[in-house]
Design a protein around this ligand. Structure first.
Ligand code: HEC
Ligand code: HEC
Length: 358
């Protein structure tokens, strides 16, 4: 903004000065020509000029004041310019981020407000997630049924995924679910710039970790680890605990790990079942852990991939990264989220013990 204004002012000044000089040049030419050889008016060098009184008095003082004013302008103006320039440049950068955030917010809005309705399915920026109507075909009977598919909260998405992983999800969607492909890469309506602005907006709505001192600008970096430990705010951790308690009440004898794996919809963004148990996302869960978008974790194959429990814990804390090795001979795609900033170490250990028992 400031940069734009400065160059606009400079252009106006430049135009005024150029036009001024050109007019001065022509006026000067004209008046010179009129006077050539004329004896009607007295030649300029023969006209009487100001007398000494005026020349060395009022006129001199006026010139001196002008000179001092010019000097003050230089002495004050230049250092001021020098002092403000760095913050002007920084302002231009953060101004751009702010514009991206604002454009992203426009895209995020419901259809009625001319957005792409992210908030319609996922809930607003405060919501713990939402639901979207969808039709699924029963693979055995061929019967078509309408269901409501869980859409996870997005105010923690950067606790689960890196920016590039979220970019992939936005470009290609989750083709088996109501989540459409948004990027032109996946056949969607959005340009790369649209996706970038959405990412900047999503970064800006991430919950700040509890351990974050207020002077650390968490939202600008969207990296939970910037704050020591980077665990979720108490309110969200509380909702996980409430969900665990509800599960244990409904399933006496279940372990805490089982409850965490199968969390209820209200804290579904923290559950494993939403990807590893088919039907969980629309309230008709099949056998826990038997695989959906995420792999089948039952029957021992997963334990063969992770002979050591510690390796599995490390994997679940960090999630998978595209092309990176995990476990014994696994190679990640970046689609398995990391839980190290969402759940405590004890909770992850409990989940791993449950997974290893499947
Ligand atoms: C028609 C409903 C719908 C709309 C509109 C929608 N989503 Fe989704 N989205 C979903 C559903 C459902 C899922 C979960 C799919 C699954 O079960 O894996 C999802 C998943 C996601 C995920 C992955 C989150 C995770 O942790 O797995 C992201 C990120 C996401 N959506 C972002 C967006 C953004 C940004 C927009 C707006 C451009 C948007 N979505 C619009 C329904 C929707
Ligand atoms: C957003 C979907 C999603 C969620 C949520 C999710 N996973 Fe996964 N998981 C995957 C995908 C996809 C893979 C396959 C690896 C890859 O593509 O990188 C995977 C792989 C795994 C593996 C490795 C399996 C093997 O045999 O190699 C384990 C173990 C695992 N997940 C456990 C968990 C646990 C425990 C949780 C909950 C704390 C969880 N997952 C939550 C999607 C998910």
């Amino acid at each position: 903004m400031i940069a734009l204004n400065t160059s606009a002012v400079a252009w106006v000044l430049f135009a005024v000065i150029t036009i001024g000089w050109i007019s001065y040049f022509f006026l000067n030419q004209l008046s010179a020509r009129r006077e050539l050889g004329s004896e009607v008016e007295m030649a300029p060098n023969r006209k009487p000029y100001y007398d000494d009184e005026v020349l060395e008095g009022r006129r001199l003082e006026r010139m001196q004041v002008l000179g001092v004013l010019l000097l003050i302008t230089l002495v004050v103006g230049l250092p001021l310019y020098w002092a403000f320039e760095p913050s002007r440049q920084a302002g231009a950068v953060s101004g751009q981020q702010e514009r991206f955030r604002w454009w992203g917010e426009e895209l995020f809005k419901p259809t009625a407000e001319l957005g792409f309705n992210c908030s319609g399915c996922h809930g607003g920026m405060e919501a713990p997630g939402g639901q979207a109507p969808y039709a699924v075909t029963d693979p055995n009977t061929g019967e078509l049924k309408t269901v409501n598919w869980y859409a996870p909260a997005l105010n923690t998405v950067f606790y689960r995924y890196s920016k590039e992983e979220v970019r992939f999800i936005l470009n290609y969607g989750r083709s088996f679910s109501p989540m459409p492909a948004w990027g032109a890469l996946g056949g969607g309506p959005m340009t790369e710039q649209n996706i970038e602005t959405l990412l900047v907006y999503l970064e800006s709505i991430q919950l700040a970790p509890e351990s974050c001192a207020t002077d650390k600008n968490f939202t600008a970096t969207a990296d939970p680890s910037i704050c020591e430990g980077g665990v979720l705010p108490q309110a969200d951790r509380g909702s996980i605990q409430a969900s665990v308690d509800a599960y244990l009440a409904a399933n006496p004898g279940a372990s805490e790990g089982e409850a965490l794996f199968n969390l209820e919809l209200a804290s579904g963004a923290y559950s494993c079942a939403r990807c590893h148990t088919s039907g969980w996302s629309y309230g008709q869960p099949g056998v826990p852990g038997q695989g959906a978008f995420g792999w089948n974790l039952t029957g021992g194959a997963t334990n063969a991939h992770f002979p050591s429990e510690q390796d599995m814990i490390t994997f679940i804390k960090a999630g998978s990264s595209n092309g990176k090795k995990y476990g014994m001979q696994g190679q990640g795609t970046g689609r398995m989220p990391g839980f190290g900033h969402l759940l405590t170490d004890e909770q992850i250990k409990a989940i791993v013990e449950y997974v290893r028992s499947l």
